[in-house]
Design a protein around this ligand. Structure first.
Ligand code: BGC
Length: 272
């Protein structure tokens, strides 16, 4: 029972790391617009199935399937795409979102923690983008569903531009995503592929729960947010759905900061 104003009818979207947090909200938002969605998880099968269940309860939503996979592993990424294409025929939207933090003072950071973050946050996005673009080119244009050949939204962070002491591996991975995204735009825009990033600020998810879980932590966090509000995963979901749709057709090679103004460096208000 699709509704006429849904923006992603007939399309299929892969959202990695979508059993919780931002990925979950993005998957739900895209499904609400009529897209079939692939819920990818690494360890929490139950949570992933709950997301698929929630989507299936909305009769106007697209279909959701669940696929396990560690996005830092090439064979898992290949399996994610193959299973999706076998099931839905193609992929229209790819949102590499799976990511992690392994924080440490830089002089104490182990190579293992450096590699773990780079492998998932950056190499994982490389693998997903490569497979997505390969599929867009194989499939060719389907003007009946979208004006673009395919859409990629790299899930980045405000720390692709704001340095972050104690999180060098994470900030380096996100900074690299920014130039990866722009390079892919430069390389494939002529084929009508759209590649953009969303850079969330402080959004309430498990990744930063330790901070927002206490009153003191929340107050400290809010000092970095001019809008004086910690974001919710749905704030990202809504932007991702719009950025996946033809309503944003002419946006390509851009980062959208969804951060309540965090990138406006509030520490400089009245200072400097
Ligand atoms: C990090 C969060 C942090 C936020 C703002 C995100 O990319 O994963 O832990 O709260 O940036 O600093």
């Amino acid at each position: 029972m699709q509704k006429e104003n849904q923006k992603l009818i007939g399309q299929t979207s892969i959202i990695t790391g979508s059993s919780s947090g931002i990925g979950k909200a993005v998957a739900i938002a895209l499904a609400k617009e009529g897209s079939n969605v692939v819920i990818n998880y690494h360890s929490s099968k139950e949570e992933a199935e709950e997301v698929a269940q929630e989507i299936s309860e909305d009769k106007a939503a697209g279909e959701a399937i669940v696929i396990k996979g560690d996005m830092s592993k090439e064979k898992d990424v290949l399996n994610l795409f193959k299973t999706t294409i076998d099931k839905f025929g193609t992929v229209d939207v790819c949102i590499p979102n799976a990511g992690m933090q392994k924080d440490a003072a830089f002089h104490e950071m182990t190579l293992e923690d450096w590699n773990a973050v780079i492998n998932l946050n950056l190499t994982g996005q490389f693998l997903c983008c490569r497979e997505a673009i390969k599929e867009f080119l194989r499939r060719g244009m389907r003007l009946e569903v979208s004006k673009s050949l395919g859409k990629i939204i790299n899930m980045s962070s405000v720390h692709d531009i704001i340095p972050w002491a104690g999180h060098a591996n994470y900030a380096a991975s996100k900074g690299a995503i920014q130039i990866l995204m722009k390079t892919l735009c430069q390389e494939y825009a002529h084929k009508k592929v759209r590649v953009n990033s969303i850079s969330p600020g402080a959004i309430k998810t498990d990744i930063n729960k330790e901070v927002w879980d206490t009153k003191e932590g929340r107050e400290k966090m809010k000092e970095t947010i001019p809008y004086d509000k910690i974001g919710e995963p749905e704030d990202i979901g809504r932007v991702a759905a719009w950025l996946s749709s033809d309503e944003s057709e002419y946006i390509n090679g851009t980062t959208i900061y969804v951060d309540g103004g965090m990138t406006c460096y509030p520490g400089f208000k009245g200072n400097g």
